[in-house]
Design a protein around this ligand. Structure first.
Ligand SMILES: [Zn+2]
Length: 445
């Protein structure tokens, strides 16, 4: 491949000391960052490529810990509904109508949007059928992430959208066997029971058992998102949602629970003691009217909290910038202006995201020896801060920037976006295919 040299204005490393470097070029050899070189010591002739980006800031690729690649096609099709109605009337019927072709296009639309916005790693919830289509698209695109079949063996909300317990168990064994640690190690398998109300106890427990054969995989589910949902969980199990998960032994440090908006004090203790990870999705929690998760309290307790945009129909964006901004702003009127500062939020969407997924030795910060998952962002636009002080960098990214500020994106040492041009997808063609497949998909609902 040859070495690449990037010469940025600054490097925001997200290392343990929050180091910000100036006058340093970053050397990339194959898939890794191999050196920070003082600008006056550069020998340009040694490199296959020198990217002069002295007007741009280099940051780690963003990490989203809860997304639904299968739902991007449904953006705008499920408005103004609360969670259970949103699932029953819109999401489950439409998701059930996916075939191979529509799922491939929706995965492409999702990966394109995530990459254009600087997200280089994600944890995907998957969908009921054709799980291999999404994973193959992830492999082909060059992005990094986890995906796996979404597990549903009970469905009182939409009866056609489920499978049998045995089929679910057989299929996840095969998929994990075929895809865990593929794509040069970029792709890992995630075991994804949809939520308590859509899975038998046998399926939830057996999935956790199977997971032990695939080190580095993740157990990914939704929990305690809305009041109606937790009331239904209480009715069925006479327990709180997270207490139920604990009673069947599925909580540990490889479990990621999306949402955790409504939790009791005992559940908070369980999350802390089991070292279970929370994926916070503030846009989705607002849009579905679910509530505001007690994130400052979780952080104070030392519970892992990271960010995700959830699915396009409950957001209606996949932008980490929206989630970062909202994650901070929604808490300030409740807990005071000092909570959720920009640096904390930036770490939640970079290095803390990596830690939540046990990828901190590979990604999440810009350090020698780590993978080159990098984003060049323009912080000198008319809508950014006019000061070059290092102290303002985090608020400039978290509060003032949008996906429009992202210029170039590298994953595993390969440019996937350069100068806002995708090197993976022809965007015009992709949107046209998206419209065409959506029309066909809606006829199958
Ligand atoms: Zn979700």
């Amino acid at each position: 491949m040859g070495k690449i040299l990037i010469i940025p204005k600054k490097v925001v490393t997200a290392d343990a000391k929050n180091t910000i470097l100036t006058d340093r070029a970053v050397e990339i050899t194959d898939d890794k960052v191999t050196s920070f070189i003082p600008i006056n010591e550069i020998h340009k002739e040694q490199y296959a490529e020198v990217y002069d980006a002295r007007n741009l800031t280099l940051i780690p690729g963003f990490i989203q810990t809860h997304v639904h690649l299968s739902q991007t096609h449904f953006r705008g099709l499920a408005e103004d509904l609360p969670l259970l109605e949103w699932l029953r009337l819109k999401i489950f019927p439409i998701e059930n109508a996916h075939n191979n072709e529509s799922l491939k296009v929706t995965a492409q639309l999702s990966i394109n949007e995530l990459l254009m916005g600087g997200t280089t790693t994600f944890l995907d919830m998957g969908t009921l059928r054709y799980g291999e289509v999404v994973i193959q698209e992830m492999i082909d695109s060059g992005i990094r992430g986890f995906s796996g079949k979404c597990l549903i063996d009970i469905n009182d909300l939409y009866i056609e959208f489920k499978s049998s317990t045995n089929e679910e168990i057989n299929e996840i064994r095969n998929l994990a066997h075929n895809y865990h640690n593929t794509g040069d190690g970029r792709i890992k398998y995630s075991f994804s029971p949809r939520f308590v109300l859509s899975c038998t106890e046998e399926l939830l427990k057996e999935t956790k058992e199977i997971m032990k054969d695939f080190p580095g995989s993740i157990y990914h589910t939704h929990s305690s998102e809305s009041v109606d949902e937790i009331n239904e969980v209480r009715k069925r199990f006479h327990k709180e949602n997270i207490e139920y998960f604990n009673s069947i032994g599925v909580l540990d440090d490889h479990t990621v629970l999306a949402h955790c908006v409504h939790t009791s004090e005992n559940e908070k203790k369980l999350l802390k003691n089991k070292n279970t990870r929370i994926a916070h999705c503030p846009s989705a929690n607002m849009k579905l009217g679910s509530g505001i998760a007690p994130i400052p309290q979780y952080l104070k307790e030392g519970i892992s909290v990271t960010l995700g945009s959830d699915g396009a129909p409950c957001n209606n964006n996949l932008s980490i910038f929206n989630e970062m901004r909202l994650a901070s702003l929604i808490q300030k009127p409740i807990h005071g202006t000092e909570v959720m500062d920009a640096q904390t939020i930036f770490r939640m969407s970079t290095i803390d995201g990596a830690k939540a997924l046990h990828l901190q030795n590979e990604v999440g910060s810009i350090e020698v020896g780590k993978k080159a998952d990098l984003v060049l962002i323009d912080l000198d636009s008319y809508s950014n801060s006019y000061s070059d002080s290092d102290e303002l960098v985090y608020s400039d990214i978290v509060f003032s920037s949008t996906i429009e500020n992202v210029r170039s994106v590298m994953v595993d040492g390969r440019w996937l976006i350069k100068g806002r041009e995708s090197l993976v997808y022809d965007q015009k063609d992709l949107v046209a295919k998206g419209k065409e497949e959506l029309e066909k998909l809606l006829k199958r609902v």
